[in-house]
Design a protein. Structure first.
Length: 210
């Protein structure tokens, strides 16, 4: 009975750890990215920040999206600058297919490791200064799949470029991101069952010696 309770605790701790690690979240990434603050989606490009909103007017009307998009088709991305300096520096916007294999966990280093990023680029808006404090991007997605948005902004007075990246899914059911969770949960369950079987066998051997 004691061994069973102990193994149950081990199983619960293992499952909880895996779930907490893999539940998809909207979080700030290394090098910058998206963060959900209350009901507002914020993109951070190092010390810069902007409200980030995506729309799919043909299929979802005025509904706002922070990351994943339910459909292909016309999509509008809007960055409303919160940092005064963003109005004075060139900002560009790129969308690439996610060929990193990292899914939700992609970081800037993974994008930099791609090499020929142009090969995987589906949309690019060259650096533009927007004194009206708003950058609007329109793109018509023709295919479902995993993508990565890349936004860069220069420093107002130094020769420095800051980058923010954010992975997102277009269309589909997002099962792509649940696959790692399923695999790790299966592995955790196998580990616990094996531990239980080993402990049970040891207990029976000790009882047989008595």
């Amino acid at each position: 009975m004691f061994e069973t309770k102990k193994l149950n605790r081990v199983f619960c701790h293992a499952i909880l750890s895996v779930v907490m690690m893999l539940i998809p979240t909207v979080s700030t990434l290394a090098g910058g990215g998206l963060a959900l603050e209350g009901d507002t989606c914020i993109i951070r490009i190092d010390f810069y920040s902007a409200h980030f909103t995506a729309y799919q007017p043909n299929t979802s009307g005025n509904k706002q999206f922070c990351r994943d998009l339910p459909d292909t088709g016309e999509t509008i991305f809007v960055l409303d600058y919160l940092h005064q300096s963003l109005k004075e520096v060139p900002v560009d916007f790129r969308i690439i297919r996610d060929v990193t294999g990292q899914g939700r966990f992609v970081k800037l280093k993974h994008v930099e490791a791609i090499g020929d990023i142009e090969k995987h680029t589906v949309f690019y808006k060259s650096p533009t200064v927007r004194p009206d404090a708003s950058l609007k991007i329109e793109y018509d997605f023709s295919e479902e799949g995993a993508y990565i948005g890349i936004v860069t902004a220069g420093h107002p007075s130094e020769d420095t470029i800051y980058t923010a990246i954010f992975p997102f899914e277009v269309g589909g059911s997002n099962l792509l991101y649940l696959a790692p969770l399923f695999l790790l949960l299966t592995g955790a369950a196998f580990f616990v069952v094996r531990r239980f079987a080993r402990s049970r066998r040891t207990m029976l051997e000790k009882e047989a010696e008595l």
